[in-house]
Ligand binder design. Sequence first.
Ligand code: SAH
Length: 375
Amino acid sequence: MKNPSQICLMGMDRAEVASLVENEGEPSYRAQQLLEAVYRQRVDAIERISTLPQQFRTRLAKKGVSIGLPTVEKRFVSEDGTVRYLMALADGQTVETVWMPEGDGGEAGDGSEAGDSSGEGRGWDRATICVSSQVGCAVDCQFCLTALLGVKRNLTAGEIVGQVCAVLNDQKVSPPEDRTNLVFMGMGEPFLNYDNFMKAVRLLAEEVGVAESRMTLSTAGIVPRIHDFGEEPVRPKLAISLNASNDAMRTELMPLNKKWNLEKLMAAAREFPLRNRERITFEYVLLRDVNDAPANAREVAELVRGMRAKVNLIALNPGPGIHFATPAEDRVAAFQKILMDAGIPAFVRRPRGRDIYAACGQLKRTVEIATAPAT
Ligand code: SAH
């Protein structure tokens, strides 16, 4: 385990790096050199920042300053090309980050660049990294494997940005030249770690070079933070995990609905200030014979009616300890059709990496899987 008193550069913004440089009595241009090394070149150790004089590197290292790039502890490769990373953090905790070379269709029709770039053989336009915001999760959704872990702790801004940097390094891609989408849909509830999450977003946009229009956040419905999020000058697109078509059902599936029910949630969504061409995404996990009936689709259509929104349907990804089943394909298609007929854009998200426990709702740090991990 690393020294917990370590100071990490990863996660520091321009002002913080500048003040570190000033405290060291170094010329101010060193701040830019450090930022470039950490977020653009994504160097993994201070000793390897070749733009800095050797004695400054040594001095920083002696003071306990490190880069703070998470290390890839394990790497699982799916037959569909998806890669699930188990990332080790400085205190020995682990989180998961997923690389989807062609995305999962989740961006389709959301009115953004990321959603509209399409076409055969242009996989790079859709490469997507799914990022975690907490170790575990406190929200307790009944169909999600991450919930079974409970929440261990929040991730720091550096650990959130660091996941992205580690995957970019491993995949040898570099934004903005290589277009990369980010979805904050990994382990945890980003709106229960709001400040660290938002700081990470700003660093990703300003320093790493991923446009905000290429980022999407998903929330289980922390209503006050939806309001705050709408006021942010730099922010990802908003996705809301709806998952039920009425309050009774939603409270059963997502206990947080007792605190923020559908009326409050949909009011926040309706008031949300959308940018040009932007749409809100509602995610809806389809659970066989629970929330997948035509009547449920009609209720969803009523909830969403009149909004600039789209619905992403996700057939349940199964897992041990999850007492729900995946609906048949024709049920999913029928559900989609009812929404489309009501004038609501609806897309079926492709499951990615189910064989390696990388798909939506499957992130629980599984290490033992049937297929051999590629390390
Ligand atoms: N906590 C945030 C971010 C995680 S996003 C949120 O809930 O939105 C993860 C998405 O996967 C959510 O839309 C969630 O509803 C969905 N999901 C959870 N468990 C799932 C499962 N077993 N199968 C398919 N989707 C699932």
